[in-house]
Design a binder for this molecule. Structure first.
Ligand code: HEM
Ligand SMILES: Nc1nc2c(c(=O)[nH]1)N[C@H]1C(S)=C(S)[C@@H](COP(=O)(O)O)O[C@H]1N2
Ligand SMILES: [Mo]
Length: 396
């Protein structure tokens, strides 16, 4: 239908629900007032674009570069920009500073960068090479100058530490841990074959094992003045240097007990497999929380704080939670579920791939099994055995 034509200035008068909320995309004008409260990214976020163009925001949140998002937006179209209106001010590419990546990675999303190694390479070695280790970024990779970098650690009673990399290396004993890191979305493509789920379609490679080196978080917290035991419920909150359009950093938290436990092996890591932490994996410093879901292993750490509440971050409160199969996007109540910390047993066959034709006779089957949660490897052993069963069926 011929739509009414508007100027950018007219669109700009619709910035709040009381005046209706309008946005533009390309040369189309949309009234999204009724969608504001339904927005999966939150009402506050969508209102940032109210009265103007979506592009600069969507450039940062590439989750929108999917056909179903544009389809949904189309339902709200109310007009078009007048042909004499200039195009939206070009959003400069916030991802332009991202590092180069290995061409062997399978890319699930370019901006932000999310990629995994091909299964054939994942099982080649116990330690996953840094270049092939899966990358899960929510935002552009921050550019950090190692020389001026400081980690802020909020101590008890309002005292704070500011630690340079050199201080982190020299004041605390270097501790090394071999730990497996897994994204909560690992094998989502498999899940979607059972029932469609939203999110990046990870295959079986959003998992990797590395030898991490760094200061123990426990040592740093003790140095900051925290006691080993603290009465009541406490959390250690991490903030990254990567921030969203509102200036809010990526953040997550773990229980105080895990952070302080000598057996918990939680690191502020500056090394990965003997090398300096690569940019995609958190240069110059990241949290490594063995046994705990990838999302809490905050990269590009800028701040560590102890708090009575979990991290207020979107990714702690409104994401990375598990729900019963009867819950869907219309009924989900994020407040009703605990944040994921430990992950359960995981296993997958990397070779042969599903559906592959194999020759009769002896067959080499490769795969991985991980117990999760730092539990003993017996759990992984039995996971490996049960994972081998379908392989036997393939071989017959
Ligand atoms: C009319 C405008 C908008 C529409 C129609 C829209 C639509 C959507 C949809 C459908 C999703 C879920 C995508 C998926 O998971 O497949 C989403 C997620 C998201 N949106 Fe928007 N969006 C709009 C504006 C914005 C703006 C302006 C921002 C930021 C300033 C924003 C930030 C986000 C974030 C952060 C998520 C991810 C939430 C998560 O990971 O759970 N959105 N949006
Ligand atoms: N600052 C910051 N930390 C982060 C993320 C992020 O986007 N920003 N992603 C998290 C998620 S969901 C995962 S699975 C792991 C992935 O770590 P990797 O990219 O080194 O494999 O980092 C976590 N830490
Ligand atoms: Mo993740």
């Amino acid at each position: 239908p011929p739509y009414p034509l508007y100027t950018r200035e007219e669109v700009g008068r619709h910035r709040a629900p009381a005046d209706r909320v309008w946005v533009t995309h390309g040369t189309d004008v949309f009234d999204v007032t009724d969608f504001v409260e339904l927005h999966p990214g939150g009402a506050d976020k969508i209102l940032l674009a109210a009265g103007g163009a979506l592009e600069p925001f969507w450039a940062l949140y590439a989750v929108h570069q999917q056909p179903h998002v544009l389809e949904l937006l189309r339902e709200y179209k109310v007009g078009e920009l007048r042909p004499d209106e200039a195009p939206a001010p070009g959003a400069q590419d916030p991802f332009a500073g991202d590092p180069p990546r290995h061409p062997g990675l399978r890319v699930n999303s370019e901006r932000p960068f999310n990629a995994e190694p091909p299964p054939e390479l994942l099982a080649e070695s116990f330690l996953t090479p840094n270049e092939l280790f899966f990358t899960r970024n929510h935002l552009p990779v921050p550019a950090v100058d190692a020389g001026s970098y400081r980690l802020r650690v909020e101590g008890p009673g309002g005292r704070a530490l500011s630690l340079s990399l050199q201080e982190l290396r020299s004041r605390f004993p270097k501790h090394e841990v071999t730990a497996t890191l897994q994204c909560a979305g690992n094998r989502r493509a498999d899940m979607s074959r059972v029932r469609p789920v939203k999110g990046l379609a990870w295959d079986i490679g959003a998992i990797g094992t590395a030898r991490w080196g760094g200061a123990r978080l426990r040592d740093v917290l003790l140095h900051a003045g925290f006691a080993e035991e603290r009465a009541g419920e406490w959390h250690v909150c991490f903030e990254g240097l990567d921030t969203d359009g509102t200036g809010a950093p990526y953040g997550a938290s773990i229980p105080y007990g895990k952070a302080m436990s000598a057996a918990g092996d939680v690191l502020l890591a500056y090394e990965m497999n003997g090398a300096e932490l690569p940019r995609d994996h958190g240069f110059p410093l990241r949290a490594v929380v063995p046994g705990v879901v990838g999302a809490r292993n905050v990269k590009w750490l800028r701040r560590v704080a102890v708090s009575a509440a979990e991290s207020p971050s979107h990714w702690q409160q409104k994401d990375y939670k598990g729900f019963a199969p009867c819950v869907d996007w219309d009924t989900v109540d994020y407040g009703s579920a605990p944040a994921i910390q430990e992950l359960p047993v995981q296993s997958a066959i990397t070779q042969p791939r599903p559906g592959a034709a194999v020759p009769p006779g002896e067959l080499t089957v490769k795969g991985y099994a991980w117990s999760g949660g730092g539990r003993p490897s017996a759990a992984a052993g039995s996971a490996a055995r049960s994972a081998a069963e379908p392989a036997a069926a393939i071989a017959e």
